[in-house]
Design a protein around this ligand. Structure first.
Ligand SMILES: Cc1cc2nc3c(=O)[nH]c(=O)nc-3n(C[C@H](O)[C@H](O)[C@H](O)COP(=O)(O)O)c2cc1C
Length: 270
């Protein structure tokens, strides 16, 4: 079940050192071709052998294979990117593989070159793919402590009713059938565990917003928009699993916004 995978998933940075079989990689490659996003922006994946391309990351150990993802530069490409790449990474998680979104702690030039990144494309992130080691490395344990990786904001800090003034109660969310979908958002991964996604729920729609922190938008793409795309994937997938019909739409409700908050997209309840 998707929700169980969301709850049990964690970023994996220590791998068993054995790599993946050609069969497993082929299955992942096949799945990668099926990922889509609500903006209909195509995304392409490259599977890279660490040794062959001389690739590594200072936060990882024991990984032998990476996946990188590229998307055409255009409006909302970063949101679309988060949505599609998370679809792929959650598939890997469902196969008991370890993954971690990496947008900063890597030699970016090398990964971009190995992926043949073109001028009109962006490649915000990569992930290792492999079997998790039995024990986390010391570096990994420290890193998780540093970003409080095991904690998340409370439901009432993230989700609101009609405006940003009133928190959405868990009961209200249950009544409209979106409680576990919002919980799937709450447990999603995000850059430096900043959890920048917010949602305002009205009678007919769930509106997603980005609460921006400094230092994540480089003018070409915004890693926190990637985070919101990840959250939207979790939301939509969990709604689907529960038979709750939602439809993606861009319809800014024009409500008054807290500081540094930007409208991203909505789902109407159908
Ligand atoms: C867009 C994005 C970029 C990230 N970049 C990095 C990174 O550069 N290095 C890293 O070690 N972890 C990175 N992470 C992983 C987060 O630190 C991690 O998801 C967060 O701390 C929550 O921990 P969890 O995934 O184990 O639940 C990134 C996550 C996301 C979503």
């Amino acid at each position: 079940m998707f929700f169980d995978d969301v709850k049990s998933r964690r970023s994996v940075r220590t791998f068993d050192g054995k790599g993946l079989t050609a069969e497993v990689i082929e299955d992942l490659e096949n799945y990668s071709k099926t990922t889509t996003n609500p903006y209909n922006i195509p995304i392409t994946y490259t599977f890279l052998d660490a040794k062959e391309h001389g690739l590594s990351s200072p936060v990882l150990s024991g990984e032998r294979c990476y996946v990188t993802a590229k998307i055409k530069k255009e409006k909302n490409a970063d949101v679309a990117y988060g949505y599609s790449f998370e679809d792929f990474l959650m598939y890997a998680v469902s196969k008991n593989l370890g993954t971690v979104w990496i947008g900063g702690t890597m030699p970016r030039d090398k990964f971009e070159k190995a992926s043949n990144l073109a001028e009109d494309e962006i490649m915000p992130c990569i992930s290792p793919l492999g079997v998790p080691a039995e024990k986390m490395g010391v570096k990994e344990v420290l890193m998780r402590k540093g970003v409080k990786a095991d904690s998340r904001f409370d439901f009432s800090d993230l989700f609101f009713k009609d405006s940003f003034d009133t928190p959405l109660s868990e009961n209200d969310a249950k009544n409209i059938g979106i409680y576990s979908a919002l919980e799937a958002v709450r447990f999603a991964p995000s850059a430096v565990n900043k959890q920048p996604w917010r949602a305002v729920v009205t009678e007919s729609a769930i509106h997603f917003f980005e609460k921006k922190d400094r230092g994540y938008d480089n003018g070409v793409y915004d890693l926190q928009k990637v985070d919101v795309g990840i959250a939207m994937y979790h939301f939509e997938r969990e709604c689907k699993e529960n038979g709750v019909n939602v439809s993606f739409t861009l319809s800014n409700p024009n409500i008054s916004l807290p500081e540094n908050t930007e409208y991203i997209a909505s789902y109407t309840l159908v």
